[in-house]
Design a protein. Sequence first.
Length: 229
Amino acid sequence: MTTSPPSQPASTEDLLVETLPTVSRLALAYAPRPARMQTLALLALDTRLAGLLRNSREPMLAQLRLSWWRESLGQPADKWPEGEPLLAALRTWNGHHGGLVSLVNGWEALTGAAPLPETALEAMAQGRAAAFATLAQALDCNADLRIVQRLARSWALADLAMRLGHESERNAARALALADRARGLRVPRALRPLQVLHALAARRLDKGEDAATSPAAVLAAMRIGLLGR
């Protein structure tokens, strides 16, 4: 009787990729190898924080969980506990991870009572924009920070318009997204996943929920991911 060889433990990268939604995995596919782990860490953190809100019955509980991430990101990486794959991935940011507190603050802005005011939606968009600007710094793309923030904010608003459950919140996010479209902006290849996320979110905003993963969208993502436009 033959036995199968023991399976290898999943790597940090594999564990984190499995947590990502389809659109984020599609965008990550176009990260150059030197930028892949840093990009994965940001996308995985954004996904984790979204899950904290989604799976917390009370806003106070979500805020407590978010505060753990705020405190952790405010510490030097050598103070972090071992065994958390996401923190392990964030060590590749070489000390830039403190800028991701803005992302935690952005998600916390969504823990208020419904319907959320426009200021909360704006805070969320700004938090995501600042997080991608921090990624740009971690990848030595400092010359492109304004473009990165502009594109990330536009993506964040379009994504929120599809993500929010309350009708008036969705309508408000949609109005903000339509008023803040970022057209014709290009970022360095290291940040190509952001370009893909933005294009797919804009397509979804225009054409509906399924547009982000339709065959046409996958082809569009491939073109943008490879060519940047």
